[in-house]
Write a protein that binds this ligand. Structure first.
Ligand SMILES: NC(=O)c1ccc[n+]([C@@H]2O[C@H](COP(=O)([O-])OP(=O)(O)OC[C@H]3O[C@@H](n4cnc5c(N)ncnc54)[C@H](OP(=O)(O)O)[C@@H]3O)[C@@H](O)[C@H]2O)c1
Length: 225
């Protein structure tokens, strides 16, 4: 029974994998990562935008662990510029990675989760999925769309034992901003650990509860290093 996490080479996914592997069977994937296998962990070199890769991710998980306990849809990226300066290539990359890959992976995982009649889906959205983001119109729209997809799916799954949750982080100190012109305020930024804690909180909720969504803002702390 394993937790699948996409995008574990760095940032939120890496931190979540490190925390979760202490207590659970885990399967992590990313494009730039060394494949690895231990008794409770499988790391696969996978591009979530490749359908065959996604099939391999699900097949390998089922072969090794026999069940999907949870699916953490985390892989994502953003570029930030004025709408008219955003290229079609950037648009496609953001929509494919942030939304279409989620759709494709869910299509593969849902029949398994339904057969099990249990499981937890957690999608990493963003505050940008709730608010307008000047110079981030395309990125924000991928996350607004993700919100719509995941909330609708939750309704579809109402009569099942499959739980669905969204997490909307504010700015997090990861590699997300490396290739962008955005510099988040270092005095007002979350850590990957802050989000990993929320993931664990959702995974550990009792059988009687089904968390919808959790938004997390960076605390104001001008003295922090
Ligand atoms: N950082 C923030 O301020 C922030 C705020 C709100 C929401 N988020 C969301 O949080 C999630 C994680 O981002 P992060 O902040 O941790 O950024 P990050 O440090 O850049 O990590 C992104 C992860 O996604 C993986 N990834 C990207 N494209 C992929 C692909 N095609 N196939 C497989 N893996 C892929 C990357 O791995 P490879 O490059 O090795 O493939 C990497 O492990 C994203 O969905 C992002 O939108 C971030």
């Amino acid at each position: 029974m394993a937790i699948i996490i996409t995008g574990v080479s760095k940032g939120i996914g890496k931190q979540a994998l490190e925390e979760l592997e202490k207590h659970y069977d885990v399967v992590g994937c990313s494009r730039t990562i060394q494949e690895q296998e231990t008794s409770n962990k499988l790391i696969l070199k996978i591009n979530v935008n490749n359908q065959k890769d996604l099939q391999r991710l699900v097949d390998k998980t089922m072969k090794k662990f026999g069940k999907i306990q949870a699916l953490i849809l985390n892989a994502g990226l953003g570029t930030f510029s004025k709408l008219e300066e955003t290229t079609e290539k950037e648009y496609d990359e953001m929509y494919n990675t942030n939304l279409k890959s989620t759709f494709n992976l869910l299509k593969l995982a849902l029949p398994i989760l339904k057969k099990q009649n249990e499981g937890q889906i957690i999608a990493i959205s963003s505050m940008a999925g709730l608010n307008p983001v000047p110079n981030g119109s395309v990125y924000a729209s991928t996350k607004w769309a993700l919100q719509g997809m995941i909330k609708s799916l939750k309704q579809e799954l109402r009569e099942t034992n499959i739980k669905v949750a969204l997490i909307q982080p504010g700015s997090v100190k990861t590699h997300f901003f490396d290739k962008t012109s955005m510099t988040p305020n270092p005095q007002r930024i979350l850590t990957p650990k802050d989000i990993s804690r929320v993931i664990t909180f959702i995974l550990e909720q009792p059988t009687t509860s089904d968390i919808d969504e959790i938004s997390v803002r960076p605390a104001y702390n001008p003295k922090r290093k």
